[in-house]
Write a protein that binds this ligand. Structure first.
Ligand SMILES: [Zn+2]
Length: 117
C-alpha cells in the first residue's frame, strides 16, 4: 500500500456521530487491502493527485444508517466511493474503467464514483 490506508477506508463521520463500531472483520480487511493494491493505488498513480474516499468498508449498522443497498459490496470491504474534489471525476472515471472492477458507477451525476472489486 502506497497511497491509501485501511484506516482511510474504514473511518466514517456517520459511525462516529452515532457511536457505531465500524471495525472491519479480518475478511473485510483482506478485501480492502486487495482493493487498494489492485484498484486504488494504481488509479492514484495514474491520476497523479490525491483521491478522496467518502466511504469504504461499512458494517451492517452503518450501511443501514447511510441507506446503502442491503447487498452492497461496501459490507465486504470490496467497494469505495471516490471524489477528486478538483472537478476531475470524469478523468478519474476513465482511469478506473481501465483497471479491474466488478462495479463502476457514476453516482448522482458524478458527485462521486463507486468502484467495487
Ligand atoms: Zn458506493
Amino acid at each position: 500500500m502506497k497511497h491509501f490506508t485501511i484506516e482511510e477506508l474504514t473511518r466514517s463521520t456517520t459511525a462516529t456521530q452515532f457511536g457505531i463500531d465500524n471495525t472491519p472483520p479480518i475478511e473485510a480487511v483482506g478485501n480492502l487491502w486487495e482493493l487498494i493494491e489492485t484498484v486504488l493505488d494504481p488509479a492514484r498513480e495514474q491520476f497523479g493527485k490525491p483521491i478522496y474516499v467518502n466511504s469504504g468498508y461499512r458494517c451492517a449498522e452503518l450501511n443501514r444508517k447511510v441507506g446503502g443497498a442491503a447487498n452492497s459490496y461496501h459490507l465486504q470491504g470490496r467497494a469505495a466511493d471516490l471524489d477528486t474534489r478538483s472537478g476531475e471525476n470524469r478523468r478519474l472515471f476513465g482511469i478506473l474503467k481501465s483497471l479491474p472492477h466488478t462495479e463502476l458507477i457514476w453516482e448522482q451525476g458524478g458527485k462521486w464514483i463507486h468502484v467495487a472489486l
